[in-house]
Design a protein around this ligand. Structure first.
Ligand code: PMP
Length: 439
């Protein structure tokens, strides 16, 4: 009986046989489509494939035995609080430690204005939830972080991309975007100033004040996403946008890259009123962030040489980045260009005119190398001549081999392009959607 009724509603309202609930979904789910490159990434995780695609931290650098002992002690001594519900805003000790950590980038903050989240991804979600109605505009760099674009889509916000160059977001391009009709409807600027994902560039210090002034002038809030800020290869720290403008910047941080992403501990630092709304949004989503993982992070910061650990991480990343840049230089055919990161996880490569990196991906995977096509990092399907390579996870030897394989795929594509023209290559490409697999 039930089955027949749902069959009827499917026929009437266009539901599908595969998912009888199709007709019930909210309009916001329309943009929530699984990436078609997800299936390819299932293949890319096979050991024979060198994956230059994922952004997985090099956890082998962590002292796992020390952490295991500390977690054991935590349960034995503080289990009754660490395993209990906590406050929606996060545990006070950790919020204090987060303020000390942010001071490294010139931020003076009070623990009351910190909201602990389940990774900075959740902070992105609640910030978008409290600010954006369907159709609202968000300004973001071109390209931008795929996971943020997915969140913006889920809230039916529209993204207007603004040009970057080797020194990050271009102030003049931001000004121009804010003067357009869509720009005038913008709710906030979403920016990753340091060691950008995916572009690998850092916002020049001289531009920071100017960008803050432009946002102030146009009445635009700034959302500063900074998970990689402490991972400069030379140990350099840049002044956070938030350090100069406490009232107009929401700052997002994370322990995913400086400690471990499996703990899912991040945070937002927000002006007072915004912080109150964020806590309410967090409460309705998750009640409270896990007291357990927060306690693990807090204890780790209190008892461990976490700065020494960050140094170990960034030295490994510097070595891997150098291996990648040297291999790109050695193997990639003429006409390819790439960015030179000073920290973080990613290099952004541009291939010659006429090539399509998404169409090329199946062939790259057949040749046992994976990357993320550039279109994943745009809301408007630009980026077909770009691809993101990450050097954080594979060893330098694997990176070298991966780039060698990639170079031979690109060379093969260029041969085809010269023989048949770009129509052949483009015909293999379809629409693209961002995927969290590629974050
Ligand atoms: N922002 C950026 C720019 C990222 O690269 C990532 C992870 N790849 C995140 C936010 C989310 O990180 P997490 O939720 O693990 O803190």
């Amino acid at each position: 009986m039930t089955t027949r009724r749902s069959d009827l509603s499917q026929r009437d309202q266009g539901g599908s046989n595969l998912d009888p609930h199709t007709v019930r979904y909210a309009a916001r789910t329309i943009g929530m489509t699984a990436s078609e490159i997800r299936a390819l990434f299932a293949v890319a995780s096979r050991p024979e494939v060198v994956s230059l695609a994922g952004g997985m931290p090099h956890l082998a650098a962590l002292p796992l035995d020390v952490i295991a002992a500390e977690v054991g002690q935590l349960v034995a001594s503080d289990g009754l609080t660490a395993l209990q519900y906590g406050s929606a805003q996060g545990i006070p000790e950790l919020r204090e430690q987060i303020c000390e950590l942010m001071a490294l980038e010139g931020i003076q903050a009070h623990p009351d204005d910190v909201v602990v989240t389940v990774g900075s991804q959740m902070a992105l979600d609640i910030v978008t939830r409290i600010f954006c109605d369907p159709g609202d505009v968000i300004i973001a760099e071109a390209p931008s972080y795929v996971g943020a674009l997915g969140t913006f889509t889920a809230y039916q916000a529209k993204v207007v991309h603004v040009e970057m160059d080797a020194h990050g977001l271009v102030p003049e391009a931001l000004r121009a975007a804010l003067r357009t009709e869509a720009g005038r409807r913008a709710k906030f600027l979403y920016t990753i100033p340091n060691f950008h994902n995916p572009a690998g560039v850092t916002l020049a210090i001289e531009r920071r004040q100017e960008i803050l002034e432009i946002c102030e002038q146009f009445g635009l809030l700034v959302v500063e996403d900074n998970p990689y800020g402490l991972l400069g290869f030379r140990g350099q720290h840049y002044p956070a946008l938030r350090s100069a403008e406490p009232e107009n910047v929401v700052y997002l941080g994370s322990f995913s890259k400086t400690f471990a992403p499996g703990l899912r501990v991040g945070w937002a630092l927000a002006p007072h009123g915004v912080r109150e709304k964020l806590v309410l949004a967090a409460e309705s989503a998750i009640l409270c962030p896990p007291a357990f993982t927060q306690s693990v992070v807090s204890r780790y910061l209190a008892t461990h040489d976490w700065m020494g650990q960050i140094k170990a991480y960034r030295e490994a990343y510097r070595e891997r980045c150098e291996a990648m840049l040297a291999s790109l230089d050695h193997y990639l055919p003429d006409g390819c260009t790439w960015t030179t990161p000073e920290g973080g996880f990613y290099v952004w490569v541009t291939v010659p005119e006429g090539m399509d990196t998404k169409a090329m991906l199946p062939r790259a995977i057949t040749e046992r190398v994976a990357y993320v096509p550039g279109t994943a990092f745009y809301a408007d399907s630009f980026g077909s001549r770009q691809l993101r390579l990450s050097y954080c996870y594979p060893t330098p030897e694997r990176i070298k081999e991966g780039v060698r394989r990639l170079a031979s795929v690109i060379a093969g594509e260029l041969d085809l392009l010269h023989t048949f023209g770009s129509v052949h290559l483009r015909s293999l490409s379809g629409p693209q959607s961002p995927s969290p697999d590629t974050a």
